[in-house]
Write a protein that binds this ligand. Structure first.
Ligand code: NDP
Length: 242
């Protein structure tokens, strides 16, 4: 019996929001398998071994410049992980225009900028992997997160459209939908909220950032070459059936 080929030669990988939380774990996982990793954030602090680039994903020109730097250092970007994201939670009637637009601009429009810039190079290469970090909330909905849920559901629409647009060039586009993962983003929840969430999760615990990174590196691996337009949950069973 043959085993699947593990890693191919080092690839140029770009991870947004890779200075902490889920994005950092993803960047570290690619670094550990020998890939060339560029990390983009607004505040810096990429893991050791990664190219540390400043880029606000809401700014298309900044995204273009970050890709140009990553390409100059590592060659054409073959794997994009669009992970940068924010929340601005509040109930609908209290949600300001800014609460709405800041989340949509970062999570959804930012991903549009990234995917558009990445696709340019990938179409030339005739291969590529685009992985978008959504959320279980995009599929289930969540009281107090109309903006965030809309942005994360929108990523599924982007991914499935790109899967159709780019598939003929061997470019796959997939979504990873984490459940509740221990990071700065969820640290703001109260103990009662955390306990209530755990009762809804069949596995009865929060996820670890490395568990999300595992799904991402798999989607970028040769073993996932025939997977596109998929939404891969990493949520302890929270979103089952969605
Ligand atoms: P964190 O809050 O820990 O990190 C968010 C990252 O995004 C930071 O690196 C931040 O860097 C970056 N970022 C935010 N805004 C921008 C911007 N405008 N331009 C560039 N970078 C930006 O979040 P998590 O690690 O928890 O989440 C990562 C992703 O996973 C997000 O998309 C989130 O929605 C998603 N997710 C998280 C879950 C969880 O339970 N934690 C569950 C489901 C999904 P900087 O501030 O330096 O720019």
């Amino acid at each position: 019996m043959t085993t699947p080929t593990p890693s191919q030669s080092a690839r140029s990988v770009l991870v947004t929001g890779g200075n902490r939380g889920i994005g950092r774990a993803i960047a570290e996982a690619f670094l550990a398998q020998g890939d060339l990793v560029a990390v983009t954030t607004r505040s810096g602090g990429a893991p050791e071994g990664a190219l540390d680039l400043r880029c606000d994903v809401t700014d298309a020109a900044a995204v273009d410049a970050a890709f140009a730097e990553a390409e100059a250092a590592h060659g054409p970007v073959e794997v994009l992980v669009a992970n940068a994201g924010i929340t601005a939670d509040t109930l609908l009637l209290r949600m300001s225009e800014d609460d709405w637009s800041s989340v949509i601009d970062t999570n959804l429009t930012g991903t549009f900028h990234l995917a558009k810039r990445a696709a340019k190079g990938m179409l030339r290469l005739r291969r590529g992997r685009i992985i978008l970090i959504s959320s279980v909330v995009g599929l289930l909905g969540s009281a107090g997160q109309v903006n965030y849920a809309a942005s994360k559901a929108g990523l599924v629409g982007i991914a499935r459209s790109l899967a159709r647009e780019l598939g003929s060039r061997s470019i796959t586009t997939n979504v990873v939908a984490p459940g509740f993962i221990d990071t700065d983003m969820t640290a703001v929840l109260s103990d009662e909220q955390k306990a209530a969430i755990k009762t809804q999760v069949p596995l009865g615990r929060y996820g670890d950032v490395a568990e999300v990174a595992n799904a991402v590196t798999w989607l970028a691996s040769p073993g996932a070459a025939y997977v596109t337009g998929a939404v891969v949950p990493v949520d302890g069973g929270l979103g089952m059936g969605h």
